[in-house]
Design a protein around this ligand. Structure first.
Ligand SMILES: [Zn+2]
Length: 504
């Protein structure tokens, strides 16, 4: 009897201890932090205020323009108000293009009848030097021989470039979010190697679009009109100008519908006339900047190490850059607000950076990496061994649904564990893809663990790089969600015993 009692007691003790061992997460102090992060965001969010400031008040933000400086300054002031350390606008590097600004854009068809158009001048091309009112010529040469015969003809004229788009009725929804099934499918990706293209494209058979454009630029046409975009929403594009070069002729993007209208009228023998006035300013500022601020680490051994969160703040002319990429810049700023609000004292320093120059070639992040991480010759610099991770956000106004390890499979267990508190919000997925086309690539290529979040596509392709990228299209609750996740990843990374494992 006594023996049985002792045995029973031991048995209970064993189960109690093992149960405690298997369910320690309830007592994980970081889960309390997770709770506090969510509660703080629900109670004290400044997302709406930041959105107004960096979209509506700041305005356009093309790298090198006065709008960029205005936006950087507004962001810097907010970072100072938060009480971040070492807040400043810092020069990243020089570049050869300099700034460009649109001062006026007007365009309308005046014959055979009046129709106003929405012109999107190509950034870094010239203006019209006042109002031009002239006949429009549709470019129709298709061979080099025809081109030679046309030498001198287009100088000083308004030229409509060849048709490149065919409008298609689209039955797809305007906006989408990822289904659980789609996220699941992203988790696997077999190894594939790029196949070599067979054969060479036929040369000199027909003129390419670029051949025609080069010809018209050399001929100094007065205005060159491109066809891009639909629904009166032109796509915006850039010309690769170099400071000191002669200014290239005025180029304007208009939508497929307006291009098609003029093309059909001309092909049917009508005389089409346009009034155009484009006024632009070239700015001789060869500097590219970023805005930076931080929460200092407190661990005596680790405080000089860094976790960086960032997004690009620059955009295009003619819009406010709301979905690309104010939405994510605000997410980063709000993540820092949450960390400050909870008075988090991280072991490592948590730094935020808002880049300029991303849309024109990742120049802000490249400048930073070349200054602090790895120079152009591959020499390791002061922060190479200090940065644990760089987290970037630049895939539109959608909610974070997961993160890619950027093919660093060793991080899967850690990142999966970090998603757990947020499964109820829809942040569930860890994948292994090499995400491209934005600032984390610069860090990844320099050997620093660098990541981009998976974001719901929403209206991807309708806003960014087009003239209608405004605050109305954003979803503030998605930014609140993203800010919590960013704050959490920054916090967890900053407090690890070790830096994140590197790929090589
Ligand atoms: Zn972007």
């Amino acid at each position: 009897m006594k023996k049985n009692l002792i045995f029973g007691y031991l048995l209970i003790l064993f189960f109690t201890l093992s149960a405690q061992k298997n369910t320690p997460s309830v007592f994980d102090p970081d889960l309390k932090i997770a709770n506090q992060m969510k509660t703080d965001e629900l109670k004290n969010s400044k997302v709406d205020e930041y959105l107004y400031l960096l979209c509506d008040k700041a305005g356009t933000k093309l790298t090198g323009s006065s709008g960029m400086l205005r936006t950087d300054t507004l962001a810097m002031l907010e970072m100072k108000k938060l009480g971040l350390d070492n807040v400043r606008i810092e020069k990243a590097k020089t570049w050869e293009r300099g700034g460009w600004e649109l001062k006026k854009a007007y365009m309308a068809m005046t014959a055979p009848y009046y129709m106003h158009f929405y012109p999107a001048p190509v950034a870094w091309t010239g203006g019209t030097n006042g109002l031009i009112s002239d006949k429009v010529y549709y470019f129709s040469a298709t061979s080099q021989e025809e081109l030679n015969e046309l030498k001198g003809f287009y100088t000083g004229k308004i030229v409509l470039m060849p048709d490149v788009m065919q409008y298609q009725i689209n039955f797809n929804p305007l906006a989408t979010t990822y289904t659980d099934q789609q996220l699941k499918e992203m988790e696997t990706l077999p190894i594939t190697t790029t196949k070599k293209k067979s054969g060479l494209p036929a040369k000199n058979v027909l003129l390419t679009y670029q051949d025609i454009l080069d010809f018209l630029r050399n001929e100094k046409a007065a205005v060159v009109i491109h066809e891009t975009g639909e629904f009166n929403v032109p796509v915006i594009s850039f010309f690769k100008y170099k400071m000191g070069d002669p200014v290239s002729p005025c180029e304007i993007n208009i939508t497929s519908e307006h291009h098609g209208l003029m093309q059909r009228l001309i092909e049917n023998g009508e005389e089409v006339r346009l009034e155009v006035e484009i006024d632009v300013e070239f700015i001789n500022d060869e500097n590219i900047y970023y805005v930076v601020g931080e929460i200092k680490g407190i661990d005596p051994k680790l405080k000089d190490e860094l976790v960086i969160i960032g997004a690009h703040l620059d955009g295009y002319p003619m819009n406010n850059g709301a979905g690309d990429n104010v939405t994510n810049s605000v997410g980063v700023l709000e993540a820092m607000r949450i960390l400050k609000s909870l008075d988090i004292k991280p072991k490592r320093t948590i730094r935020m950076i808002l880049w300029n120059g991303e849309e024109v070639g990742l120049h802000g992040s490249k400048g930073y990496v070349q200054k602090y991480v790895k120079d152009e010759n591959g020499n390791k610099l002061s922060e190479y061994d200090k940065i644990s991770a760089y987290y970037n956000a630049d895939y539109g106004p959608g909610k974070f649904r997961g993160i890619s390890t950027q093919n660093n499979i060793a991080l899967e267990p850690l990142f999966k564990a970090w998603t757990e508190p947020w499964h109820h919000l829809g942040f569930t997925t860890v994948i292994h893809r090499n995400f491209t086309s934005t600032d984390h690539v610069t860090f990844d290529e320099a050997g620093i663990p660098a990541f981009q979040f998976i974001q719901d596509p929403l209206e991807w392709g309708r806003g960014s790089h087009r003239v209608m990228d405004f605050l109305d299209r954003l979803v503030p609750d998605n930014i609140r969600h993203n800010a919590i996740i960013m704050a959490w990843f920054a916090y967890k990374t900053a407090n690890l015993e070790e830096k994140l494992v590197r790929k090589e």
